[in-house]
Design a protein around this ligand. Structure first.
Ligand SMILES: Cc1cc2nc3c(=O)[nH]c(=O)nc-3n(C[C@H](O)[C@H](O)[C@H](O)COP(=O)(O)OP(=O)(O)OC[C@H]3O[C@@H](n4cnc5c(N)ncnc54)[C@H](O)[C@@H]3O)c2cc1C
Length: 452
């Protein structure tokens, strides 16, 4: 540690460390410690920008020798700020971003620092894809380990359902591969249990042929929000697996508040045209952007949200969408406190709900919707924005089946983490945590505390 205090981070790890070590006091450290959510302002003792497995082992070894906790950063998008920490060792994967596709076996091996744009760009070169996050700069790491909702989920399941294996370094520094055949208990846990069990150094996914899709945003005036949400409920309860839709109420930059339905049909265009026709019949939309497009374009339908804004997200997976939820959603957005904030309702369906519940650690397969108030603002009255988000979550809480661990806020309680899994699944995760990380080296995550 003394070397860090003296500003010589390179002396902190063994000579063979191939990556970069950043300690307090340098500009590079200042920029590397920032994450997506501007509310998070943490100062790791050391940032270890790793280049491979041995670097990760060295960083974990150093942390353990110095009794420091370990945080892991993939894309840095976690709004709870789990991708950084105060006073620990931050394993930063921002220079490990290669995705190598094997078109013959329709698989891809992706580095833990890949964003979804990195990933999709490589897989699309072969007209292959798998379910991934809908904003390109989000990391594959955190998103996949917590579940992974995206436009292809009705056809192919969650991102974690498409994992074939992971390479992982444990709290002891051991290298293990987890798959259906190897360390299958661990493989079950990393598919929904987050970063609790170790540091993943490589993700292997199954890919699927994906051709032209019928997709786009239909934008309605905010006065039509209630009707649009009713329509969204109808379309998502009756549509086939191949049709994924999300609903949002947002404010157009320098423009009015609007309601939006994002649709993506992964099948023959003529069938898609028939299925999306109702979205076009709800009065004259302000904009109808639905048209045939390739998958990378689908993945750009949602605008990037810049790093550095303040974010507080709160919501729940809900079992159904009665009129009460529609009323609460519309009412909530009427009182929205920032032009950056949104109500977002995603609709897990098809393969997500059909995959047997016990197959992975993801705990919310029976839910029909994921309803969230995303409070996003530049600065100022934090309490007001946070209250707005919490009030929405409270208003729909009676229909909740649990939270989405990837959206849980920094103040989420241990009960909220456990509630995202349900009792039986949580007990199984707890046993796994006690086996792989009994001293909770990996605690900056949606934590399963092995000592409880
Ligand atoms: C703008 C935006 C859009 C989003 N869109 C979607 C979406 O479409 N679908 C969806 O499901 N979710 C979405 N999310 C939520 C997203 O799943 C989580 O924020 C997720 O944590 C992001 O992963 P990351 O790697 O970028 O996060 P990071 O902040 O880098 O990491 C978060 C945590 O993940 C774990 N982790 C990451 N990498 C590793 C690794 N290699 N080994 C072990 N643990 C690791 C660690 O516990 C870490 O603390 C979105 C979030 C944002 C901010």
């Amino acid at each position: 540690m003394s070397s860090l205090v003296q500003g010589e981070p390179q002396a902190a790890l063994p000579e063979g460390f191939r990556g970069e070590l950043l300690g307090p006091g340098s500009d590079a450290y200042e920029s590397a410690r920032r994450v997506f959510n501007g509310m998070i302002d943490r100062r790791p003792a050391l940032i270890a920008r790793c280049r491979g497995v041995s670097d990760v082992q060295a960083a974990i070894g150093y942390a353990r020798a110095n009794d420091l906790p370990v945080a892991v950063r993939g894309g840095g998008h976690n709004t709870a700020g789990h991708g950084t920490c105060d006073g620990g060792v931050l394993i930063d994967f921002s220079v490990m971003r290669t995705a190598r596709v094997d078109p013959a076996s329709r698989t891809v091996r992706a580095d833990p620092g890949c964003t979804w744009t990195d990933f999709d760009t490589e897989t699309s070169a072969h007209d292959l894809a798998t379910t991934g996050g809908t904003v390109g700069s989000t990391g594959i790491g955190g998103l996949t380990l917590g579940g992974g909702l995206g436009f292809l989920m009705g056809s192919f399941g969650l991102s974690c359902d498409n994992l074939l294996s992971v390479d992982l370094v444990t709290a002891e520094g051991d290298f293990v591969t987890a798959s259906g055949e190897l360390n299958s208990d661990l493989f079950w846990g990393v598919r929904g249990g987050g970063g609790n069990f170790g540091v993943v150094t490589s993700f292997e996914y199954r890919l699927h042929p994906v051709g032209e899709l019928l997709a786009g945003l239909v934008i309605y005036p905010i006065e039509a929000a209630r009707a649009a949400l009713e329509l969204f409920r109808d379309v998502t309860s009756s549509g086939p697996d191949e049709l994924s839709c999300a609903f949002a109420m947002i404010t157009v930059p320098d423009g009015p508040p609007v309601a939006v339905i994002a649709a993506c049909f992964n099948g023959p265009i003529e069938d898609g045209e028939r299925l999306v026709a109702p979205l076009r019949r709800l009065g004259p939309p302000m904009d109808d952007g639905i048209r045939p497009m390739r998958y990378p374009e689908v993945q750009r339908l949602f605008a990037e949200i810049p790093f550095g804004l303040q974010n507080y997200w709160k919501g729940h997976f809900i079992r159904e969408m009665p009129d009460d939820v529609i009323d609460a959603s519309v009412r909530s957005f009427e009182g929205v406190t920032s032009a950056h904030s949104a109500i977002l309702i995603e609709a897990p369906h098809g393969a997500v709900r059909r995959i047997p519940d016990g197959e992975t650690a993801f705990g919310q397969r029976a839910a029909r919707y994921n309803a969230s108030a995303l409070a996003i603002w530049e600065d100022g009255d934090q309490a007001r924005h946070v209250r707005w988000s919490r009030e929405y979550a409270d208003a729909v809480a009676r229909y909740a089946s649990g939270g989405y661990i990837n959206y849980l806020a920094a103040d989420a309680s241990a009960d909220e983490v456990a509630g995202a899994y349900g009792h039986e699944r949580y007990e199984r995760l707890l046993a796994l945590k006690r086996k792989y990380d009994p001293t909770n080296v990996f605690r900056f995550n949606q934590n399963i505390d092995p000592t409880e």
